[in-house]
Structures are given as structure tokens and as C-alpha cells.
Design a protein. Sequence first.
Length: 361
Amino acid sequence: MRDLTLPRASATMLRCATKAPGPGVPNMLLIGVAGTKLSAQERDWLQHDAVAGVVLFKRNFGSRSQVAELSAAIRAASPRPVLICVDQEGGRVQRFREGFSALAPLQSFGAQYAQAPEAALAAARAHAQLMASEVRASGVDLSFAPVVDLGRGNRAIGDRAFSDDPQIVATFTRAYVQALHGAGMAATLKHFPGHGTVLEDTHVDHASDPRPLEALQAEDLVPFVAGIEAGADAVMMAHVVYPQVAPEPAGYSQRWIEQILRGQMGFRGVVFSDDIGMAASFSAGGVAGRVHAHLDAGCDVVLVCHPELVAESLQAVQGRRLNTAALIGLIGRGALGWDGLLAGTDASFTTPHSAHFGTTA
């Protein structure tokens, strides 16, 4: 088995070190809200100690100024710093559109790489910097980016992936992570340990990858290693089962999170689950079962993107405490990573770009 241990902790984690989450109920849930303004119930949710922040979607976006107002309202409603996130990858996965640059899908840069590698990497860096600047100027901390899955036929990934070649994806991953950091945004690698080879869409289907760990290490994990070495701040898990490695989906697997990602690969940042409303997550049972399965496996934060699941998720974590060992682990990585994800607002970018960035004829 190839040694994936990293020689050092992420430099970005060390730069971001400030304080650890307090004792008691940790910030465990990243929740979805229904519309363009907060309801009274949603304001109550944000008072809950378990709520780490909010994930925004197309349903939450009306305009650039409106999303900035919503972000401010979310922060005002919470008694503690909260994380506000979005998927603003480019291409078909871009939640904020009007008043924001139309960002090309990542595949467009990979397609350019063979003919003009330096130009392709420069374009990808500019893409990251532009996206991060626009998102942060709207009061949103981060976009869950970059996608580092291999582009090998998965219909949910498709042109969201840089390439089908692990080394090319790794090269772009390093460049994209560094560019995000240059723009003041944390980087989230997704979807660990690799979603691009299975054909099923985990939003609607269960997905299984029959390959052994050695094959995954030689291919799908290569971009994740590169991203961690570049200082990635967070990783989002895949709802994919790899039965030769563990019997449960990766986001429910201590083997994947604690032994491989944190142990062998040396990752010290924040681990997000994927959304518990996706069909491939249902193997853990009801809402409470899914939340607990993610937390028990080692996820720091569980994504509850559907508002109708939030109340039950909050009830599920009532009274839940981290044991001493887990709390020390969270201080060791959450303190190094969590505060670094809270970007706050940045007034350095105030004018949206009208051109369609990175589009091709």
C-alpha cells in the first residue's frame, strides 16, 4: 500500500489558528433555509448551539444585494460566529447568477490543458479568484470548491470535474486551492474519496464502487493528496459505498474518515458530510440515524440542506456531547480549521463582472 502520510500539517490551518469551539453541544449542523428572507422559525434555529451555519441555494437568491442582506440577517440571528456557504462552482452548479459572473465549468480548463497547460492553469486560478471575490463580497464565507473527483462518466459530476486524469486533476487542485487562499476563501475538496467513476447520481440513487483501496489510492485519492498538501481547509465526503474498503457509505465510515483521511493522509481540517437529504444517505435510516452515523464516523459538520429536516436534526443532537478524546481531536483540527473557514465580508470586490468568465465559443 502506498504511504499517503503527509509530512506536515496544513500551513493554512496553522495560519488560521485562533480559538477552539467551546464545550457542550458542538456546532454540528449546517442547515438550509427556505427562501430569500429568514422566517421566525429559522431565526430560532440559528439560536441553537448545534447550528454551525447555513448553506444557501438558488431558492435563497434574488439579487446580489438581497443575498448580502440575507447573509447579514443570518449573522445577526446567531449568538456566535456562523459559517455561510454556497455551491458556486461554475457551469451548471452556480447558485448565484444575476449580478454575478457566469463561471465556466471546471472541465473547460482541463480540456485546454493538453494544448496550453500554463494558460489553462492561469485561467483556473483567475476563475477561483473571481468566484471567491464575488461570493465573499456578498457576505458568504465560502463556496464548497473545488470538485476534485475524476471525470469518468458520473452523471452528477460530468463537466464539474477538471479531467479524467488523476495527475491533471491534482495539478489543477493545487492551483485552485492556492488561488482561493489568495482571494481569502477557504478551500473544500469534494467528494472524498472520489465520486467520478461510479455512474449513479447519489442525489437519487445508491452508488457503489467495487475497486480495492489500492486502485483508489493510485487514482481517485491523488487529487485529494495534492489538495491537502496545498493546504486545503475542508473535505466533503461522498455518499458512495466502497465495499472492498468499508461496508457503509464513505461519510458514515470511520475507516475512511479517521483511519485513511485523517490517519494515513494527515488531514487536519474540517470534514463535512454531504447532504442527508440525498437518496444515497438513506442507508443509515431516518433523519436522526443519518445525523448520528455521520458524527459517529468522524464528520465534524453534517449538512441538512432541506429545511423540512432541520427540526428533526436538531432534536437528534439534543444532549449529544463529544467525549474527551473527540473534543481534543476537534480542538486539534477544528481550532486549526474552523475559524479559518469563517471569512466574514470583504469590501475589496464591489463591482460584479459583466463578462462571462472562462466561457468558450
